[in-house]
Design a protein around this ligand. Sequence first.
Ligand SMILES: [Zn+2]
Length: 535
Amino acid sequence: MKKNKLKHMKLFFKISGLTLLLLIFVLFFWFRSNLIDRNPGYKADLKIISGNPSELNTGFAAFPVTPEVPDKWIDKNGDAKYNPGDGDTFTDGNGNGVFDPVWIAGFGNRRAANGIHDDLWARTMVIDDGKTRLAIIVLDAIGIMNDDVIDVRNRIPEEAGVTYTIIASTHTHESPDLLGLWGKSFLKSGVNRDYLEYVKIQAVKSLMAAVGNMRPARLLLSEDLTGATSLVMDTRKPEVFDSGLRLIRAVDTENGHTLGSLIAWADHPETLWGKNTLITSDFPHYVREGVEKGVFNGDTLVKPGVGGIAVYLNGAIGGLMTTHPSLPVKDPITGEEFKEPTFEKAEAQGKQLALLALKSMENEVEEVDTAGISLIVRTLTLPIENTAFRIATMIGIFPRGTSGWMKLRTELSVFTIGPVSFATLPGEVYPEIINGGIEAPAGRDFLIEQVEVPSVREIMPGKYKFIFGIANDEIGYIIPQSQWDVKAPYTYEGKKSPYGEENSLGPGTAPILHQYLREMLIELDQTKYVAEKVK
Ligand SMILES: [Zn+2]
């Protein structure tokens, strides 16, 4: 009996040992396949020094990236559901076809799209100085990972002649998940691979069309740095904004028609908030409509638009720039005030921004007839310090590989076009890093003084300084290290850790990015100096 028991135990350990070994084996290959470097050796690195100022050509295009969403999801029992619950697949209202729900990004998990309010877009501006051709694609998306950006670049035909392609996202919280965080549960990616593929195809089409639409152009530059501040609030101390409206309007040199415009501001496109289930680009939709076609009161045109294709671009939206449901927004024409998150509120906000933009485009405009493009691009790696992000990467929730053990590849770029300078950042940067005002408050986790100084805009050359956030990647929040706060006691006498750190790669991110940007901007300024000296 005793002997028999021993035999059983031996067998048990033998089997469980084998199972464990098999499990380790499977896990090892699963993790390895998720962590593999998808673009080994990839570097976007560039350094281009502008020559003498020359005539510019620009082109614009817009291609939809709207997902397919049935009017109503129908569950297994044939009942129309506002939000699908059980099961992963649903048929449309006529019982046709089977769909995976379109999971909306931003806010919580399990928010399935229930229809389309307005189209999502891949909007492109191409600018060329005869030597360098830059393409700026802006997606109505939560963001896309650097690996997917590289994938889009690899698909761009050589004949496009593009030197460097920037792919930024508006970060609308009312569009399909492209990052993986907002699926059916937090353990399931919300990314639909077919939709991601469609976005990539449309992005390339948009770029090719913009190249095809290129015309000799002059740039009209203007800005309104104060007018739009009341439309955004900062939900985390210190209160620092990036609420300046910066504008570039490209006009056909021959006929004076507007080819398109670039509208840069900084706020989370989440005015519709987390209960909306209609696909929309949120307030940027109304901004673009207003700038292109004019601002209306019902059917009456109040302010004519400039025509062309408007591209909306988001700047420093971390820390956290939002049009929170507690922030009222007034319709600029009727004076009606909206507080609850509704399409009327997003429209009122968009109209206000469009009116400010259109007025600014009329007043104190600087014209640029000739310019040269200088450009510096750096690929770099950042450590994934956040444990949840590490797990999400290992189990494939984040659709990106790694570049070294728990490191990810990302990218920064800085460039100038005449008196305008630009810096692209791969995530949601806190405005303090861009505009100054970083604090080292009592209760902070690291007993250090401000690290990311001087501010990025202080180092940026030129007169007009554009920030592109969520450009070429979405790594999450970029938080000043001296404001990092996950441990008690908390900063600003808070009772708990402020929101932000859980969606950041870690406290090391901001110092690394700032250091790179600083070096690149100094180098950019020197290239301009060298170029001018040579001439
Ligand atoms: Zn965000």
